[in-house]
Ligand binder design. Structure first.
Ligand code: NAD
Length: 483
């Protein structure tokens, strides 16, 4: 079996915002796991940088605690952790002032790939880019990684792109959407473009409709203030769901390289019909006996921000005209479960008669909580009872097929950070893609202000009843939200 660890050259990774929540929960544990996998070559280093005053020893202690909390089973590897911590240092740095920049310049190694992970709010992106250049760090070997939200509308995303373009070439900018780093999302491309079986059927002649669900069971938690300014449309739909949507709907790219893939994704967004108000449903979760309502949690009793959104989208091109895409995402739903379901049309004629019932092939790409791909096929129910048909899943879950070692794949952040070091932008969003996604969602969000407030829905439900009606009126049904 070929080793899955592709070596990378030694690198410097600077986490700006290195004391923040994202750094502690995701970035540092991901780096630790890549270190254990042998992917941080000799001479690599990680520099945490943030406004907080602390020294390297205190930072290493913080990293060690973060890994104990969020590092999973590998966190028990004390020897590995000790060696990993030796690669880490800390610099107090102010994005808006001069503190720390000379020290950072002296600490990074000029003969290494240097990645600067902007793990701070987008209002600081411009300041950081400017100072990296001013202090001589924005050369060809430098890459920057920026987190969502990339703007809150088209105008602000354009502005951000413009500011970053002043200091960096597009090939140096890595806009993260961690959904694209999921193993299954890449496998979706392998299944589509690596097999003869699916691609000929991947169009409106054979596909009845496609559903994308990203359901969370938790509420807004401690992010209330941020979330209430954003809502499900901005926080999830405009980025994560749209990205999944593009990958499932795009034409086969000529090559699996960054620009070929991103060109095709962009074409999907540009071919989307404008969304009509009757094709969108917004919701807001209500209180239970033990859990507060959305409005209570965000401390805004008049909030009209949605914690749930469902919509029906149509793509006007040869492949998809006539096949609707139903997308929904929300908080406090029945379960934490995310999937894409490609629902194929009925066989044109049933030779088995009415009693055999209606059977459809459904290809399900599961993203959360477990990743895997499943194909529902119709077979004869075993036994002597005549020709009765049942649907059974052909389970392509990787653990089964590949064995436990091969299925122990890196999480999205591990893969994406390593792609930054390798200089592979395929799984990152290009500036024009992000702008096109905002251009489609902006008018929808503008409607929200004018239109009705979000509809209430019960915690633990599948969203407001109107979201069920959105698909029922087309003679279809949402799939059950289940893990
Ligand atoms: P956070 O508030 O926990 O951390 C922010 C970090 O930025 C801290 O280290 C802080 O010291 C640093 N910082 C703030 N002002 C600074 C300045 N002037 N100079 C230098 N450093 C400064 O935020 P977070 O949750 O870690 O999120 C960081 C970014 O990532 C945000 O844009 C957020 O939207 C995005 N994001 C976060 C998550 C998550 O799970 N936390 C998920 C997706 C995207």
């Amino acid at each position: 079996m070929v080793s899955r660890v592709i070596p990378v050259e030694p690198f410097d990774l600077v986490i700006i915002g290195g004391t923040g929540d994202l750094a502690r929960r995701k970035i540092l544990p991901a780096l630790f796991r890549r270190y254990l996998a042998g992917q941080m070559g000799k001479g690599s280093q990680v520099i945490g940088a943030a406004r907080t005053e602390m020294d390297t020893e205190a930072y290493r202690q913080m990293v060690s605690e973060a890994i104990a909390e969020f590092g999973g089973a590998e966190a028990k590897n004390k020897t590995g952790l000790k060696k990993f911590l030796a690669l880490i240092s800390y610099i107090t740095l102010d994005a808006k002032g001069d503190t720390g920049w000379e020290a950072l310049h002296d600490a990074v190694q000029t003969d290494h790939v240097r990645a600067f992970y902007f793990s701070v709010g987008p209002s600081l992106f411009g300041d950081l880019a400017k100072r990296l250049q001013k202090h001589g760090m924005a050369d060809d070997q430098c890459r920057i990684v920026v987190e969502k939200p990339f703007g809150r509308d088209l105008a602000s995303a354009r502005e951000l792109n413009k500011v970053l373009a002043r200091y960096f070439d597009e090939s140096q900018i890595y806009r993260i959407d961690h959904y694209l780093g999921k193993e299954t999302v890449q496998n979706l491309m392998a299944v589509r473009f690596g097999n003869m079986l699916f691609e000929p059927l991947w169009n409106s002649q054979y596909v009845d409709h496609i559903q994308i669900t990203v359901a969370e069971s938790v509420g807004v938690g401690g992010r209330g203030e941020y979330y209430d300014r954003s809502g499900a449309m901005r926080d999830m739909m405009q980025n994560h769901l749209m990205q999944l949507f593009c990958l499932i709907a795009m034409e086969p790219p000529a090559k699996f390289d960054p620009d070929s893939v991103r060109d095709e994704k962009l074409k999907v967004i540009r071919a989307l019909d404008p969304l009509r108000p009757e094709n969108i449903v917004r919701g807001q979760y209500e209180a239970t006996e033990t859990r507060p309502s959305y409005r209570k949690q965000v401390e805004n009793r008049d909030s009209t921000t949605e914690s749930f959104v469902a919509l029906k989208a149509n793509i006007s091109n040869w492949r998809w005209a006539g096949t609707p895409f139903y997308l929904r995402t929300g908080k406090r739903l029945r379960e934490r479960a995310s999937e894409i379901a490609v629902v194929f049309k009925d066989a044109p004629h049933s030779i088995f008669g009415e009693d055999a019932g209606r059977h459809r092939n459904i290809l399900t790409i599961k993203l959360q909580p477990n990743e895997g791909i499943e194909l529902g096929v119709t077979i004869k129910e075993p036994g002597p009872g005549g020709m009765r048909l049942i649907d059974v899943p052909l389970d392509m879950t990787f653990a089964e097929a590949l064995g436990p070692d091969q299925a122990d794949f890196p999480d999205a952040y591990e893969r994406l950070i390593m792609d930054v070091i390798r200089g592979n932008q395929t799984l990152f969003m290009r500036g024009d893609e992000v702008e096109a996604a905002w251009a489609w969602t902006d008018p929808i969000i503008a409607e929200f202000k004018e239109g009705e407030p979000p509809l209430p829905y019960a915690t633990g439900s599948s969203g407001p009843d109107e979201a069920l009606a959105l698909i029922h009126r087309d003679g279809r049904a949402w799939r059950e939200i289940k893990a």
